[in-house]
Design a protein around this ligand. Sequence first.
Ligand code: FAD
Ligand code: SIN
Length: 536
Amino acid sequence: MTPPSQHFDVLIVGSGLAGLSAALKLAETQRVAVISKGKLGEGSSGWAQGGIAAVLNEEDSFAAHVDDTLVAGAGLCDLAATQLVVQHAPETIAWLQQLGVPFTQENGHLHLTREGGHGARRIVHVTDATGAAVMQTLLAQVRLHSNITLLDHHMLVDLITSRKLGLPDAQCLGLYALDETTGKVLTYSASHTILATGGAGKVYLYTTNPDTATGDGMAAAWRAGCRVENMEFIQFHPTCLYHPHAKSFLISEAVRGEGGRLLLPDGTRFMAAHDARLELAPRDVVARAIDFEMKKGGFDCVYLDISHQPLAFILEHFPNIHARCLELGIDMAKQPIPVVPAAHYTCGGVLTDLAGRTDVANLYAIGETACTGLHGANRLASNSLLECMVFAQTTVQAIAASAPSAPVPLPAWDDSQVQDADETVVISHNWDELRRFMWDYVGIVRTNKRLERAAHRIALLKDEIAEFYALFHVTRDLLELRNLVLVADLIVRSAQSRTESRGLHFSRDYPELSAHAVPTVLSPEGPAPAHTSRLG
Ligand code: FAD
Ligand code: SIN
């Protein structure tokens, strides 16, 4: 027997920094459920290294932080979103300090490190494991709160909208979630639903992201009728550790911020040939330079060298990176670290306004799942954790200001016509195939031909997966694959519609920058990409 649906004031999907920040702020007045696949708190947030950008120094200014964000974003940042995030950064850091996050200090003040694209030292951090410290603090708080129900090992399958039920108005009424421990799909209703499911880095073969980053919120929002924006802008982090036994280990940009130099295998420093800002140029520039040098020289990797700094300095600033590298036989205090670029951040996502609202009423998106306009064509380092918290706050304010709706009876998940899958190899094969061709054809440098090839393969995979979804019981692997293929499709379609090179999107067929910067907006309603404005 399927249990009847449970009702909450607010459903939050995702227990990363965005989801937990919203939960803590909402729980003062609302009954909240946090639905999260895997273990509570799994996701990119806990892996964040470098830190959180905030103007906290008298020599720095909001205007300078805004300018650096706009320059990195290559003409596509939304000014209002950028100003909102930058101006709320200091109070956001103060909130984390009140909760007890032990930020690294120097001479009685917060230590500020530096990263690419920032004209000043403005990155607050907890040595080189900022995300872990922030998440530990927030997890301890949400566990204490009687208004927060934590539903870990529950995976969003799909949103339930009035339109899907044949009712008028496009509004979100709740969702279906797979209980990963029982395999049953449960129904939840709520006045408001927030998607905080993180990014989609797993669509690429090589990524710095954890396994949770499968674009689930973006795909579910699209199926529910939301537009997505700027999906072609996938950020490749320049320096992921290159080692056969290290999966997805990032070497923080702060290593370059504190003097790390990029070298070819023969020891030549090469960034001067690519950008006057050398190793501290924005990420798109550095990742493309590395890609260029690797292809030109036929190298498997390049090297990041900070061995000129004293051991004590390295241990003070990068204790975790030092320890992890040492485990793998690399002593960064004595030798350069082998590095390669890898997919790191999804700049695009579900199109929202300044309060996290999407095209569907009562449905919000925050964190990496959303496209708020802050990152434009390329995210500035350490602006993302900040965005999670600032938009959690504005979304909570919007929810608090709106009237709760009465619970609507929702239909239970119907799996009476499906059976257990006979051959799961189809799913694992399609996962591998998708990630490999996305890396080869839709990576750092793109061409029309490669994008066409990817589009062709995506169409085949979509058909196979739709058939599987219709015939068999859902599993986490199948649901993630279904979402990844849809997100891949949105990335490729967005890339195909951009006939210029801008920020993170570089096309050999259109190497020039157009005079007009236009965001890419795709709508589930229409066949053609709509270059339209934000919500409003
Ligand atoms: P996440 O933290 O990824 O959380 C997503 C949550 O959603 C998870 O709990 C996941 O389990 C859940 N979820 C996903 N799908 C479903 C589903 N279908 N059903 C239920 N739950 C679901 N940014 C910075 O600003 N500074 C940094 O120093 C920094 N360093 C980084 C280092 C690394 C290695 C990585 C990968 C990223 C880094 N970033 C950094 C980026 C930043 O960490 C992320 O953008 C940010 O943490 C995203 O937070 P989020 O809450 O949106 O998503
Ligand atoms: C890093 O530490 O290099 C990651 C910072 C970020 O992604 O913002």
